[in-house]
Design a protein around this ligand. Structure first.
Ligand code: FDA
Length: 497
C-alpha cells in the first residue's frame, strides 16, 4: 500500500530479482518485489494459463494490437494477426535499429524463453566478465545456479529415437559432416515430462508448440524454482501489474520509490509511493538501463556515474534457416525446446542453436539461432524532447554477426548442396537480423557499479540483473545472470546488511 516501508524492494521478478529475493529472505530480510507484468497463475476461459505459438491470442503480447512474431513470415507470407491490447507475456520492444524481445510477468524472461541453460566455456569467461574471478564462478556460483534452476540434459538414447528431435538429428548430421563440434545443450525443461509427452501419457506442452508465450507444463520457470523457494520463506511478497517509475533519496538514508498500478489494458489506475532501505534494480538489461538513465538525467539520481546506459549488446543474436533436400525431412512434430548446438566459437565466433520450427507440418527447413561475438555496443540516452530513453543501436551493426554465422552455414550449405531459406523473415530475406532475445548490459559491472553491483554514489542501491553483463556471454545468458547474482548477493549480505 501507499506510504508503506519495506526493508528491501526488488524491481522485477526475473533471474536477478529472484536470486536477490531468495537470498535476502533467507538472511532474515523482508522483501517486496514489484513486477510490471501479470502473475500468470490463473487459467483463462480455455482452462490454460498460457497460449500456444500457433494460436497467439490476447495473452501473447505486451500492449500490442497486432502480434510481432520473431519469425514473421512463412513461405514468404506475413503471419502476424490482430489481437486485443492486453498486458500479455511477451514484449517486442522497438528501438530505432532493433526489436528487443523480453518476458513480462512474475518470472520475467523465464516465462517465455527456451530454457536453454548454458554455462560458458571457461576459456571464454575472461571476455564475458573480465573483473570477476573465474575460480569462484566455476567452483561455487555456476554450480549453485545450475542446481537451483534444475538444469538437466536430454537422454542421448531417447534423443536418437524420438520423432520430435528428428530436426535436431538432421542438424547434428549436417554439422558433423562439415566437421563442426556438435554439443548437447542443457535445459530447465523437465526431460522426463517430455518423454511422457512423446509417449502420450501426459498433457503435451513442448510437443504442442508451447514456448514463446509460455509453457503450461514441463518447463521449470522461476515460478517453480527460485520464486517458489523465496515465497516459502514467508518473507517475500510480490505485486504484479505494478511498475516502478522513480527511485529517489529520502531522509534517513532511505529511498522513496514511486510505483504505478496498471490494469490489463496497460492504463495506470493508481500511483503509490513507498519507502525502502535498499532497492535492487532487477528490471532486466533494458528495464534497469532505462530507469537509471532517466533517473540520472531528470534529477532523481543525478550522481549516478557516466557509465550508466553504456555497454549494451545483443549477445550477437542472428537467425537463419536452411532449405534441406526432400530426403532430409525435419519432421512435422518438433519439440519446441532446443537441445543441441554447433560450437564454432573459437574458429568463427559463432555458437548456433539448432532451433525448432514447430509449425505442425513438414517444412524441410533447418532453423538456427546463432549467438555470435559481435563487438558492437550501444548506449541508452535520455531524449528530453520525446520524454523517453533511446538506444543508438544501428541495424547495420548486425553485419559482424552475419559474417560469423556464415562461417558455419556457408560451409554446411556447400557440403550438403543446399541453400538458405529466403521466406522466413520477409520475401527474399535470409537473415533474421532485426532482433535480439538476449539484451545484456547498460549498467556494466565494475563500471556503472562497483564489482558487486553497488551503485556507489547511492548506498543501498544495487543492480543485480543482465544489465551488469557487458553485452555478450558467448552462449545463452540466463545461467550467467543467475550465477553472477548469486555471487553479488552473497557479498552484499555479508558486508552491507
Ligand atoms: P528479466 O527480463 O528476466 O526480468 C526483468 C523483469 O522486470 C521482467 O519481468 C519485467 O517485466 C520487469 N520489469 C521491467 N521494468 C520494470 C519496472 N519499471 N517496474 C517493475 N517491473 C519491471 N536465455 C537463456 O539463457 N536461454 C534461453 O533459451 C533463452 N531463450 C530466450 C527466448 C526468448 C523468446 C527471450 C525473450 C529470451 C530468451 N533468453 C534465453 C534470455 C533470458 O530470458 C534473459 O536473458 C533473462 O530473462 C534476463 O534476466 P534478467 O534477470 O536480467 O531480467
Amino acid at each position: 500500500p501507499s506510504g508503506a516501508h519495506v526493508a528491501a524492494l526488488v524491481i522485477g521478478t526475473g533471474y536477478g530479482g529472484a536470486v536477490a529475493a531468495l537470498r535476502l529472505a533467507q538472511a532474515g530480510v523482508d522483501v517486496h518485489m514489484v513486477e510490471m507484468g501479470m502473475a500468470w497463475d490463473t487459467p483463462g476461459s480455455d482452462g490454460k494459463i498460457f497460449c500456444n505459438t500457433r494460436e497467439p491470442d490476447y495473452r501473447s503480447y505486451w500492449l500490442r494490437t497486432r502480434t510481432k512474431a520473431p519469425l514473421n513470415y512463412f513461405l514468404g507470407f506475413p503471419i502476424d494477426r490482430d489481437i486485443p491490447r492486453y498486458t500479455g507475456i511477451l514484449d517486442a520492444e522497438e528501438f530505432g535499429g532493433i526489436t528487443v524481445y523480453q518476458g513480462r510477468g512474475v518470472g520475467g524472461g523465464s516465462l517465455v524463453n527456451g530454457g536453454m541453460a548454458v554455462t560458458p566455456r571457461r576459456e571464454n569467461f575472461g571476455a564475458v566478465l573480465p573483473s570477476v574471478n573465474p575460480d569462484e564462478m566455476y567452483n561455487v556460483y555456476y554450480p549453485r545456479a545450475n542446481a537451483e534452476l534444475g538444469v538437466g540434459t536430454v537422454d542421448p538414447a531417447w534423443f536418437d529415437s524420438t520423432a520430435c528431435y528428428q530436426y535436431a538429428r538432421v542438424g547434428r548430421k549436417h554439422a558433423q559432416r562439415s566437421n563442426f563440434p556438435f554439443v548437447f545443450v542443457p535445459d530447465v525443461y523437465d526431460w522426463d515430462y517430455m518423454e511422457q509427452e512423446a509417449a502420450g501419457t501426459v498433457t503435451k506442452s513442448a510437443l504442442a508448440g508451447e514456448i514463446l508465450y509460455g509453457n503450461n507444463h514441463g518447463k521449470k520457470s522461476l515460478q517453480q524454482t527460485y520464486l517458489a523457494r523465496a515465497r516459502s520463506t514467508g518473507r517475500v511478497s510480490v505485486s504484479p501489474l505494478h511498475r516502478v517509475t522513480s527511485v529517489a533519496p529520502a531522509s534517513g538514508g532511505r529511498y522513496t520509490v514511486t510505483v504505478e498500478q496498471l490494469n490489463t489494458t496497460g492504463a495506470v489506475t493508481t500511483v503509490k509511493t513507498v519507502t525502502a532501505d535498499r532497492v535492487f534494480f532487477a528490471a532486466g538489461s533494458v528495464g534497469t538501463s532505462k530507469l537509471l538513465v532517466r533517473l540520472k538525467a531528470t534529477g532523481a539520481l543525478p550522481n549516478l556515474n557516466g557509465e550508466v546506459g553504456r555497454g549494451w549488446g545483443d549477445n550477437g543474436n542472428v537467425m537463419c534457416g536452411r532449405a534441406n533436400h526432400l530426403w532430409d525431412p525435419t519432421g512435422a512434430l518438433q519439440s519446441s525446446i532446443p537441445c543441441c548446438g554447433i560450437d564454432n566459437w573459437a574458429a568463427g565466433g559463432a555458437f548456433a542453436e539448432v532451433a525448432p520450427l514447430p509449425t505442425g507440418i513438414e517444412t524441410y527447413a533447418s532453423f538456427y539461432l546463432s549467438i555470435t561475438n559481435n563487438p558492437n555496443r550501444a548506449q541508452f540516452s535520455w531524449n528530453a524532447a520525446a520524454s523517453r530513453v533511446d538506444l543508438n543501436w544501428q541495424a547495420a551493426w548486425k553485419q559482424p554477426s552475419i559474417t560469423m554465422a556464415k562461417t558455419i552455414f556457408d560451409k554446411i550449405n556447400s557440403k550438403e548442396g543446399t541453400i538458405y531459406r529466403t521466406d522466413l523473415f520477409g520475401t527474399y530475406k535470409i537473415w533474421g537480423d532485426h532482433l535480439t532475445y538476449h539484451p545484456l548490459g547498460g549498467a556494466v559491472l565494475n563500471k556503472a557499479t562497483d564489482n558487486y553491483g553497488r551503485l556507489t554514489a547511492y548506498p543501498g542501491l544495487y543492480v543485480i540483473d543482465g544489465a551488469l553483463i557487458p553485452g555478450n556471454t558467448t552462449v545463452n545468458p540466463f545461467v550467467t545472470i543467475t550465477a553472477l547474482a548469486e555471487r553479488n548477493i552473497e557479498k552484499i549480505i555479508a558486508t552491507d546488511l
